[in-house]
Design a binder for this molecule. Structure first.
Ligand code: ATP
Ligand code: MG
Length: 295
């Protein structure tokens, strides 16, 4: 469905019968395609904002990213999908289990573009995986020559930045021009500062400054260590316009997996304040259940 229409319908649904108007006007929204979540966000993420998804392993962060990508593509919006945790082939396989066929959008891998193997024409889905980052790293080393400043390793913020900029070029987004509404997904950011967690905040600022475009809505994953509950990506939360936090009850106590999601912050949005229980269902993916429906 058209995003704007979707937004209007959801806003109407949220406000009806409440006797008060809750809508945040003049904000275009980027939907997830997950009904309760879009409803909780007045239609979706505000266009052009940066949202971080935080949480421990297995809570559903990557699946949330797949929904965000798929719904954007279905709405005919270009998507840049950075995957550092798994190969894109595995992203495709996982998404297919939830009835989201990403192959129909003919994904173009940045590493194939950089090697000249693929000429991207009318690309809609540009994938940056570890191969793409490594190729970008080699290009940057070559360009820097013997004397120049070269990135220290492939998994660094400057390489990520360079790779995403190339993806912008593939999609025809030139600097200084307003690009068409599109989505940037980075799953996950953690790998880029694993060896320098103290730098996360400074890196986050630099990344946002360099990659920000008014029509590009970004969803970035930040992993939390389950033992210490410390975030490796601490810093990202401060630069983000939105924080969606996901977690799991302690399995030793519940003896079953019970997942939760809460919108901790979302600029420009009168968002839901309560946590939702999360279910992951074959054929459907993430389902959110309002807390008062779970008792
Ligand atoms: N086909 C399926 N049907 C139902 N549940 C599934 C299916 N496939 C995966 N899951 C559930 O989704 C979980 C993985 O979710 P996801 O990959 O989004 O986690 P994550 O938060 O990204 O974790 P990590 O930080 O380790 O990357 C699995 O552990 C499993 O419980
Ligand atoms: Mg993941």
């Amino acid at each position: 469905m058209n995003n704007t229409l979707n937004t209007l319908l959801i806003m109407e649904k949220r406000t009806e019968g409440k006797g008060e108007v809750r809508r945040s006007e003049d904000v275009e929204r980027e939907a997830f395609g997950i009904d309760a979540l879009d409803d909780a966000l007045e239609g979706g993420l505000p266009r052009g904002t940066w949202t971080v998804v935080t949480g421990e392993p297995g809570v559903g962060k990557s699946i949330l990213c797949m929904h965000f990508a798929y719904t954007g593509l279905e709405d005919d919006e270009p998507v840049i999908y950075v995957t550092t945790e798994t190969s894109f082939r595995d992203v495709v396989r996982q998404a297919r289990q939830f009835n989201m066929d990403l192959t129909q959008f003919k994904p173009v891998n940045l590493s194939d573009v950089l090697s000249g193997r693929v000429k991207p024409e009318n690309a809609k889905l540009v994938v940056i995986d570890l191969f793409g980052l490594y190729r970008q790293y080699r290009e940057m080393v070559k360009e820097a020559g013997e004397e120049g400043r070269r990135p220290s390793r492939a998994l660094s913020i400057e390489v990520l930045e360079g790779a995403v900029r190339k993806a912008y070029e593939v999609l025809g987004f030139s600097e200084g021009k307003v690009s068409e509404p599109s989505r940037l997904i980075i799953d996950s950011m953690t790998a880029f500062w694993a060896d320098k967690p103290a730098m996360a905040r400074a890196y986050s600022y630099a990344l946002r400054q360099s990659l920000y475009r008014s029509n590009i809505t970004a969803l970035l994953v930040s992993q939390y260590a389950p033992t210490t509950e410390a975030s490796f990506g601490f810093g990202l939360e401060h630069i983000a316009d939105g924080i969606i936090h996901m977690w799991m009850d302690k399995v030793e106590q519940t003896k079953t997996i019970r997942r939760w999601l809460i919108i901790k912050k979302m600029r420009l949005t009168n968002h839901a304040k309560d946590a939702y229980q999360v279910d992951i269902q074959p054929g459907k993916g993430l389902i959110l259940i309002e807390a008062n429906e779970t008792q």
